[in-house]
Design a protein. Structure first.
Ligand SMILES: [Ca+2]
Length: 327
């Protein structure tokens, strides 16, 4: 798609200049941008969007924030609920216990295609117990909440008077005003030798060199903000978007898409019949050898009820001045 590649990028300040940031959110002025993968990912081709101004949480939702939501509403996350046979067809009744997916480093080197070698369904793992029974979030009030499904994230956002960002909003915000850069801070992975995101260093999935200082989640403000003042748009935890996932979800890439909200339905050729939502931003498990998800144009997808130890979210809010056409 070379024509798109040379189109100029414009974060043009729009007429809807909302008041100063509030409620932990940052005003994203919107504009036109070329989004998509700089790695040539087939499910994230370069495409051009025009996005109206909106508000974006400055950070991922923290454990402390999620705890206030649970205290106020009594919300029970998907990971805390007993799965049904409809959720896990063919499972033994004894195996239908609440839990979530936890990263478990294998003892030996493994084929990087065998992702099941480092993911375990751990009974009792949930947002309060990120690594399962015996683990806790004590001292991690300012870490991103994890083990939240898309449905949990939507419930939180609704309670907070917010919503999940669209995928286009998320990526435009992540790029921080930069045009088609590899990383949310530019094209150099380690400016002045410093890691600017919580990802994986070393040989994945066995040896984590911990050069950035964090084996799992990091405090949401541990790394510098991007050009828009947003933290953690690269690495730390994956973040849910509102969009359904399809590998062809960006259309034909020829027309400028105005405030796209994603395809009408989901289809994942790798798992037909399972509706999935988009996740963005990568996590502390990303590394160049295995997962480039911490780069701003790349995507992941999971079913709406899936929870993992490296998945969280942040919220967005439409502009108060948004018209029906804009949102
Ligand atoms: Ca790390």
């Amino acid at each position: 798609m070379p024509r798109l590649a040379v189109l100029s990028f414009a974060i043009a300040l729009q007429c809807s200049q909302e008041p100063a940031a509030s409620d932990g959110m940052v005003w994203i002025a919107g504009g036109e941008a070329v989004l998509g993968s700089q790695n040539g990912d087939r499910d994230a081709p370069l495409h051009r969007v025009r996005v109206s101004g909106f508000w974006m949480d400055a950070t991922e939702v923290t454990n402390a924030e999620f705890a206030r939501f649970v205290a106020a509403t009594g919300h029970v996350t998907d990971a805390e609920k007993k799965p049904t046979l409809a959720d896990v067809p063919g499972a033994d009744e004894a195996d239908l216990v609440p839990g979530s997916l936890v990263f478990t480093p294998p003892p030996d080197a493994v084929d990087l295609r065998q992702f099941w070698r480092w993911w375990s369904y751990v009974p009792g793992a949930d947002w309060r117990h990120p690594a399962g029974p015996g683990s806790s979030i004590e001292g991690k009030d300012d870490h991103p909440v994890v083990h939240v499904s898309w449905r949990d994230a939507v419930a939180y956002a609704t309670w907070a008077g917010k919503r999940l960002p669209t995928e286009a909003e998320w990526e435009l915000a992540a790029r921080g005003g930069l045009d088609q850069k590899k990383f949310v801070w530019g094209d150099e992975q380690k400016p002045e030798g410093k890691w600017l995101a919580n990802i994986w260093q070393g040989t994945f999935p066995k040896n984590n060199a911990l050069e950035d200082g964090f084996a799992t989640t990091a405090p949401v403000r541990a790394f510098p903000a991007n050009g828009f003042g947003l933290r953690g748009m690269s690495g730390n935890v994956w973040e849910w978007c509102s969009d359904f996932y399809r590998p062809d979800g960006y259309g034909d890439g020829k027309a400028v898409m105005a405030d796209p909200t994603g395809p009408k339905d989901s289809f994942d050729p790798a798992e037909p019949g399972v509706a999935k939502r988009v996740q963005r931003g990568g996590s502390f498990l990303c590394s160049d050898a295995y997962c480039k998800g911490y780069m701003p144009g790349t995507r992941m997808k999971c079913s709406e009820d899936t929870s993992l130890c490296h998945s969280g979210f942040r919220c967005a809010r439409s502009a108060a001045t948004a018209t029906k056409e804009a949102r």
